[in-house]
Each structure stands twice: as C-alpha cells, then as structure tokens.
Design a binder for this molecule. Structure first.
Ligand code: ADP
Ligand code: F6P
Length: 345
C-alpha cells in the first residue's frame, strides 16, 4: 500500500524556551511550504494542543525571527499532558485538525510527550531544544551555545567586581539536574571551583581549605561556579564567609541565561535540524528524534533515543580542576609580601 501523503504538519515548542527555537520554527515552516505541505503553529506547547490553539503559518509569519531569542509560538510546562485525559485530548486535536505529523521542539520531557503521542498513532519527530544539553542521543541541543556565552560574559563581569573587592563569589548557573553549563563556563571563565551535580561530593570543608590555601598564595579572589542541580548558593556563600573570614557573595544568574539573540551555532543547527525533521516526515519516517553526532545530523527511534544515557566528561572535569590551582613559586619577595599588581589576578 502506498504511504499516506503528508499534507499538514504541526509544530510546537515545549518546556523551557531556548535561543534558536525560532530558527528551527522558521526552518520547519519554510521547508514544509516549499514542498506544498501546510503548517499549523501550535501555541504554548502541549497546552495549545490540548486547548486547540493553533494558527496556519505562512512564510511571512517566520520572517525576521531568526535573530530573536525566545519562541514566537510561546511555550509552556503542561502537567495535563502527563495525564491519560490530556493525552487523549491532544490526540483528538491533532486528528480534528488533520495533522499528519508533529514536530516537537523541546527537551527530554517534551520528547516523553511526543513518544506518548506517537504511541497513540500521531507521528511525532523531536528536535532537541534546551539550554541544558541534557539529551543523551545528541551532542548538541539548540540554545546551549547561546546560554553558555551569555553566562560566560556575565561571569566575567562578576569576576571584575569580585577581584576588585577581593571577594569570593559563588555564581549559580542553570542546567536543571545536569552540569554542562557549569562545566563549560567553569572552564571558560577560569573558575577556581566548579560544582557539578554529577561529581560534587558535598565536602564543603575541602572547598573552604582551597579558598584559604589560594588566599595564602596571594590569590585575592575566588570564583566558584555552582550548578543549579546543587543550588543553595546563598547559604553556601554565608557558610564560606563564616569559615574563611573572606567576604563572599552569591549571584544566581537565572533566566537571563535563556534569553538573548541566538548565537550563529544555534541559528545554524536550529535551521538544519528543523528542516531535517520535515524531511523525515515527508519521507514517511515515524517516531524519530533528530540530533547532532560528530557534527552530522542524525536521527534515532524515539524509544531508543530516550533510553540512552549520557555522562558528563569526567576527564574534562578533572582537567578543569588541575587548571584551577596556582602552582610553582610564589615570589613572595624579601619581606614575604606579595606584589599585589603581579599576583592579584
Ligand atoms: P523539557 O522538554 O525542556 O525537558 P519539561 O520536562 O518541563 O521540559 O517538559 C515539557 C513538557 O512536556 C511538560 O510540561 C509536559 O507537558 C510534557 N511532558 C513531560 N514529561 C512528560 C511525560 N512523561 N508524559 C507526557 N508529557 C510529558
Ligand atoms: O530546562 C531549561 C531550564 O532553564 C533549566 O535549566 C531550569 O532548571 C528550568 O528550565 C527552569 O524552569 P522555569 O523557567 O520553568 O523556572
């Protein structure tokens, strides 16, 4: 029997917004329209699917969005989608609107929703969009690159003031349960300590001793990047200050990490993966997750992709740790004092 021809596809963004989602939406819309397939933009993620909120997308609707952060389709966390009733309504909405295939741009939670829809006969393709980089079947997720650059720039700024006041700074970055943003920024910002949920041993005394040791060696500020998965940065800062006598401040970077104009990489891969998802649907492929492996676009069965496990690199973490110590001679001078201009930074 001939494949049923795909006439209409839906696209939605779900979970936390991520810079580059708009590039992916634009690519889905234009790649489909170019092949005479119509596109419905579903608003507010699974909320819009359950409540039948959608718009017919034209090529013009996606003009002038590739450079914008956020998502023009809005996004939401939709607890109802986790219930059998919510799922059944979402399936009904797809059928009622003649949606032959659905592109879900989001994280692994969103993919779990897509998996359930696919099991109910609604063909869904996942495109990874999350700043957390925590999807196992892909090396890359839309939004991560912009988020780490945004965070890196903010941390550089905090470092300036931390150094000027000779303080210790605990800077908390996002990532939910994963430490990728913390690891990348920790290395890129030359942090003195990086606390990752995957490897942190909760030995705060060790942390305190390192701050004191670094201070005794002439280092007058100390940057700790703390991942959201560990959290409690404010109380941690208070304890560090009490134990070391060094003024310590906590900064939680928060949602600024999710905003802003997407980087070139996020626009590039967002565009390619969005187009690729449409191609999969038009080829009659079902239940796939798109990803990037070794720079190439790949796709996996949604069940296989979601069952994969990913481990943050221990080696990269260990290298980061060796780079954060001061080694060698400390040229304390005849009087045992440190030349502040030479050794402060
Ligand atoms: P992300 O997609 O970024 O991981 P969430 O985990 O918040 O973000 O998931 C986004 C949405 O996907 C949820 O609000 C919910 O609507 C849907 N979702 C998440 N997990 C499931 C699940 N197990 N079953 C059905 N839908 C789910
Ligand atoms: O998944 C992206 C993310 O920003 C996580 O890093 C963070 O844990 C979460 O979303 C915050 O979600 P919300 O914006 O709903 O508070």
């Amino acid at each position: 029997m001939a494949e049923k021809k795909v006439k209409t596809i839906g696209v939605l963004t779900s979970g936390g917004d991520a810079p580059g989602m708009n590039a992916a939406i634009r690519a889905v819309v234009r790649r489909a329209l170019a092949q005479n397939v119509s596109v419905k933009g579903i608003l507010k993620g699974y909320d819009g699917l359950i409540n039948n909120e959608m718009v017919d997308m034209t090529s013009r609707d996606v003009s002038d969005i590739i450079q914008r952060g956020g998502t023009i389709l809005y996004t939401a966390r939709c607890p109802e989608m986790r219930t059998p009733e919510g799922l059944a309504t979402a399936v009904e909405t797809c059928k009622k609107n003649g949606i032959d295939g659905l592109v879900v741009i989001g994280g692994d939670g969103s993919f779990a929703g897509a998996q359930k829809l696919a099991n109910e006969g609604i063909n869904a393709i996942g495109v990874p969009g999350t700043i957390d980089l925590d999807i196992a079947c892909t090396d890359y997720t839309i939004g991560f690159d912009t988020a780490i650059n945004t965070a890196m720039e903010a941390i550089d700024k905090i470092r300036d003031t931390s150094a000027s006041h000779e303080r210790c700074s605990v800077i908390e970055v996002m990532g939910r349960h994963a430490g990728y943003i913390a690891l990348w920024c920790g290395i890129a910002n030359g942090a003195d300590d990086i606390l990752l949920p995957e490897y942190y041993d909760y030995d705060e005394q060790k942390l305190i001793e390192k701050i004191i040791l670094n201070r005794s060696r002439g280092k007058t500020h100390h940057i700790i990047i703390n991942a959201e998965g560990i959290g409690h940065s404010t109380s941690m800062a208070k304890r560090i200050e009490a134990a070391t006598g060094i003024e310590t401040r906590a900064t939680i970077l928060g949602h600024m990490q999710r905003g802003g104009s997407p980087s070139c990489r996020d626009r590039f891969y967002g565009s390619l993966m969005g187009a690729y998802a449409v191609d999969l649907l038009l080829r009659g492929e079902t239940k796939r997750i798109v990803g990037i492996k070794s720079g190439e676009i790949v796709d996996f069965d949604i069940n296989e992709g979601l069952s994969m496990k990913k481990q943050i690199s221990k080696e990269q973490f260990e290298i980061a740790q060796t780079l954060s110590y001061s080694y060698g001679n400390f040229n304390l001078g005849a009087a045992g004092t440190i030349n502040p201009l030479k050794h402060k930074f």
